[in-house]
Design a protein around this ligand. Structure first.
Ligand code: WTA
Length: 635
């Protein structure tokens, strides 16, 4: 049996059937045939969602970098593994072959070891999208250190919280980063963060923008000379299937980010298998995912999934608007990109700028287009299909999460007929369920409910770092014996799924997950603010924009509301990062609350969306009179 590459709808259905009828047999055979192991498992799957405890490929021994690099060296040593496209189109692209990648990763592994990093230690990576980022991620995996990549757009406070949560003692960063025509002082941000992280003994600094930076004696070390001096040989540390591979933080319903823990074997098998099929990768294809490696999409579908398949994966340092809005398409033409994977926000922003930015470029190499991160609206879907795909490249609308490790619902291109705005069918092995408000599973077609997954899949996060209780409460307590995603979905007449958006306190802005709680916590630290509530309102480009209701400690302050708003946004940028800034701020005399004191965000959301007339019965509120006041301020 070889179900590794699915090429038709019939093959999808028959493979799917096998995968749910006998999951252990299915995943066991797939893992055995397509990956390199030092020792086989004693049991494919052990699970209990009530504890919750999930183990895949128990007792197996492996190293994911041997699967992503070493095993390709003989047949693909000269093939480009990573194609680095710099921010500035005038700077040459770098073709890093599998052989070169092996050398660089081994050198980086040796550098980390020399700095005292051992198996199980956490390494925080705060780097721009440069090759050193991929080398460091893979080097951690090679020596068994647990990487925690923090998106290099997060502020120093957010970085410090993440370094301390997992008690990282070594940080890898760069002097700075290029972002379009600007540069960002990454090292300065790290220095500020480390004032709050006394345990960090070493900072390795890659050189990128060649800026003057302060180096702290004994702590900070330039990376380049260390790499140069390091041996290009470093045997891979043999890992247990369930040893942690990485931590990646995501927002939640409290101010503290959740460090999702992914483990080695299941993550490897699932990301590799989904990559192969959802992008229909063929051996000479050039694949490009525009995400940042600071997010899960970059982990699974720039690094691990593609490299496990011996693919050529593009790493793009820049932004879609620099030097102009044709940049993406120029790169597609230049490198003859075959699979292109991006976010609906980027699609909407580029569509708005007009087709003249697309027209000059030859996009005929494209075979598959992908989207991820948020629901895609009809208009953007059709623009992507027509203007980018010329009607010839199926769009894979891929639904998944940091927690799921890999794509769970998506078409398989050239097999599953696509439908605008629908993520369509569950991937192999995935058993979705829609639940109603009474925790009953909705059977049949044309139903809408909360999206859960009934059965484990190999790449699911195993815990939240240091807080297994929160893992259980967040994902396994809403519904008995099911993983709860936090998303709502509908299932149509042909059993296709359409994700309708979050049903919890997470708001997705430009494809980035933002919890209302961390933003409110940041705002509430403002000296004038008594309390606040954030809601999401629809936005043409960003999907959602943040709308903040702020109550001041003193009602008749003399300060001008504009300057208060400005200082609130500055505070948010400092505490979280510019991505969490509010689009609109309204200062109001109070917030609608339930009798138990809970803020009624539903009402605030309706008012923000201009639906203040449709609030329904508000008489059960503790302070119904506040609603009319807020309405008059907003309108
Ligand atoms: C949303 C990103 C609609 C969803 C991989 C999910 C989507 C959250 C889609 C996870 C999609 C992701 N259609 N919504 N195709 N993909 N989402 O953790 O709300 O950054 O729960 O992972 O993004 O965001 P995260």
């Amino acid at each position: 049996m070889n179900s590794y590459h699915i090429k038709s709808l019939e093959a999808y259905f028959s493979t799917y059937r096998k995968s749910v009828e006998n999951p252990e047999k299915f995943w066991g055979e797939l893992a055995e045939e397509h990956f390199t192991w030092h020792k086989k498992w004693s049991q494919v799957l052990e699970w209990d969602f009530n504890k919750p405890e999930i183990s895949w490929f128990k007792d197996a021994k492996l190293n994911i970098t041997e699967n992503c690099i070493d095993r390709h060296l003989e047949s693909k040593g000269n093939k480009t593994a990573i194609l680095f496209e710099p921010n500035d189109p005038k700077e040459a692209a770098q073709h890093i072959s599998y052989a070169q990648l092996a050398e660089a990763v081994n050198q980086m592994s040796n550098v980390l070891k020399e700095q005292g990093v051992q198996k199980g230690d956490r390494v925080c990576i705060y780097l721009p999208m440069i090759p050193e980022l991929a080398y460091t991620v893979l080097a951690c995996a090679r020596i068994g250190a647990i990487h925690s990549v923090v998106f290099a757009g997060f502020s120093s406070t957010a970085l410090a919280t993440r370094i301390n949560d997992c008690d990282a003692k070594l940080v890898v960063t760069a002097d700075g980063s290029f972002r379009g025509s600007k540069t960002i002082d990454l090292k300065g941000i790290v220095d500020e963060a480390l004032d709050q992280c006394p345990q960090v003994h070493t900072v390795l600094v890659a050189e990128r923008i060649k800026s003057e930076i302060a180096m702290k004696d004994g702590r900070d070390k330039a990376l380049a000379p260390l790499l140069k001096a390091a041996s290009t040989v470093c045997p891979a540390t043999i890992m247990d299937a369930e040893d942690p591979l990485f931590i990646l933080y995501t927002s939640g319903s409290t101010g503290k980010p959740k460090g999702m823990v992914h483990t080695c074997a299941g993550y490897m098998v699932y990301t590799a298998y989904t990559f192969k099929n959802i992008f229909q990768y063929e051996s000479n294809d050039v694949y490009w995912c525009t995400a940042d490696i600071g997010w899960i999409t970059g982990h699974s579908y720039i690094i691990y999934g593609p490299l496990a398949n011996g693919a050529t994966t593009i790493m793009f340092e820049g932004v879609p608007s620099y030097p102009d809005y044709g940049r993406f398409w120029e790169i597609v033409e230049k490198h003859k990109v075959n699979q292109f994977y991006t976010a609906p926000t980027a699609i909407r922003a580029l569509a708005k700028e007009g087709d003249q930015h697309v027209e000059p470029y030859d996009l005929s190499s494209l075979k598959v287009l992908g989207t991820v991160g948020e629901p895609i609206n009809e208009e953007a879907w059709h623009w992507y299909d027509r203007i980018i795909g010329k009607g010839n490249s199926p769009i894979v609308d891929t639904w998944w999460q940091t927690e799921t490790g890999g794509i769970l619902i998506s078409p398989i291109p050239y097999a599953t007929p696509t439908k605008p705005t629908y993520a369509t069918l569950p991937f192999i092995g995935i058993q979705p369920a829609l639940m109603d408000d009474n925790a009953r599973e909705l059977e049949g077609k044309q139903v809408s409910g909360k999206l859960c997954i009934k059965f484990p899949w190999p790449s699911m996060a195993r815990t939240i770092w240091g807080d297994h209780k929160r893992y259980k409460e967040t994902y396994f307590s809403a519904f008995d014996n099911m993983y709860f995603t936090g998303d709502g979905a509908i299932r149509d007449a042909v059993d296709y799924y359409r994700i309708t958006g979050r049903v919890d306190d997470v708001i997705i802005v430009s494809g980035h997950n933002l919890g209302t709680a961390p933003i409110e916590d940041a705002i509430n630290e403002h000296e004038l603010v008594a309390e606040s509530a954030i809601v999401g309102v629809p936005h043409d480009i960003k999907g959602n924009a943040l709308f903040g209701y702020i109550c001041l400690k003193e009602l008749d302050t003399d300060l001008d509301p504009k300057s208060i708003s400005l200082s609130i946004n500055t505070l948010i940028a400092e505490k979280i990062g510019p991505i969490a800034k509010l689009d609109k701020i309204v200062i109001c005399p109070g917030l609608p609350k339930t009798r138990s004191g809970k803020i009624m965000r539903r009402i605030l959301r309706k008012i923000a969306c201009g639906e203040g007339k449709e609030l329904g019965d508000i008489s059960t509120l503790l302070n119904p009179e506040i609603v009319a006041k807020i309405k008059s301020i907003v309108s």
